[in-house]
Design a protein around this ligand. Structure first.
Ligand code: BDR
Ligand code: CA
Length: 296
């Protein structure tokens, strides 16, 4: 008998760490990627879709990829992070010749799959929560097959990374984040409180495989000496693959949607119930990711 594997739908904005998070999921027998939707964030949604297509290679015929939102829930432009991820959303352009995304949009792609699914789905959200919020608003009935949403986002007890208050994904679409957090679906939050502490340095290159080196070596070159690559998104995927590496504590969280602390995720008695992750060992987790994700 094979391993029990969890059906996951990945919503993402690849982005370097999203790219490797997809690779981690593909290489694990514990998860089965049933679909991918893309959203603008780290780069444009067009670039993110190209990068997602390259990340699933060579499974391009098996995993559907649907392009999603180009702008935030309220129609604003996303703030991209090309300075961090590289000019293509990745430091090196990937070859996607002859590969296409599915010719229907993410909202419709999710609806088709969620409605017909006979087993529960876990959504793993690795970018701004725009697609998910729009879907919840328009198709609450179709969410009955979604058993939980794991979100890489937020900063509860540490400062933000885009402003001192806010983490990038939540800040890029605070309204969408609020909608998702206050939905009926259980939310599992893997925020900077966890991901700040788990990263790879240039010294780790000698443990990485060919593709990882091809991408990470130029990335280290493009950055200042001493820069580290944060695994962020792969930690959200890892909560499914290695649940025993994490603990979750239920807290009441609100998302700030205006003012100078816009995008802040903070504890509040009137907030939504959210399961907030802590990781048991930074060292063990890093070791696992280098061995199982960056060895490709
Ligand atoms: C998050 O922001 C993005 O830049 C990363 O891909 C990750 O999802 C970390 O704050
Ligand atoms: Ca991301």
């Amino acid at each position: 008998m094979g391993h029990l594997s969890t059906n996951i739908w990945i919503d993402c904005d690849p982005g370097l760490d999203d790219f490797f998070a997809i690779k981690l999921a593909i290489n694990s027998v514990r998860v089965n990627i049933v679909g991918i939707s893309t959203v603008g964030g780290n780069c444009s949604v067009y670039q993110a879709t190209q990068n997602a297509i390259s990340a699933i290679s060579p499974f391009n015929n098996k995993i559907p990829i649907y392009m999603g939102s180009e702008r935030s829930y309220s129609g604003e432009n996303f703030r991209y992070a090309l300075d961090i991820h590289g000019r293509y959303g990745l430091p090196v352009k990937q070859n996607t010749t002859n590969l296409k995304s599915f010719n229907i949009d993410a909202q419709r792609g999710m609806k088709l799959f969620f409605d017909k699914s006979s087993s529960p789905i876990t959504i793993v959200a690795l970018g701004p929560l725009t697609n998910i919020a729009k879907f919840i608003k328009a198709n609450s009935e179709s969410m009955k097959n979604v058993e939980r949403i794991i979100v890489m986002g937020g900063a509860i007890s540490v400062p933000g990374n885009i402003t001192k208050y806010a983490e990038f994904n939540i800040w890029n679409d605070p309204k969408a984040s609020k909608i998702v957090f206050s939905s009926e679906i259980p939310i599992y939050l893997v925020g900077l409180d966890v991901t700040n502490y788990i990263h790879a340095s240039r010294q780790d290159l000698n443990k990485m495989g060919k593709l990882s080196c091809e991408i990470m070596e130029p990335w280290f070159k493009q950055n200042k000496p001493g820069a580290v690559f944060h695994f962020h998104d792969s930690l959200a995927v890892l909560t499914v693959i290695k649940p025993n590496y994490f603990t979750f504590e239920t807290k009441r969280i609100t998302v700030e949607t205006s003012g100078k602390s816009i995008g802040q995720t903070k504890l509040s008695q009137t907030g939504s119930l959210v399961n907030v992750a802590t990781v048991l060992s930074h060292g063990l987790t890093k070791k696992y990711l280098i061995k199982n994700m960056l060895s490709i």
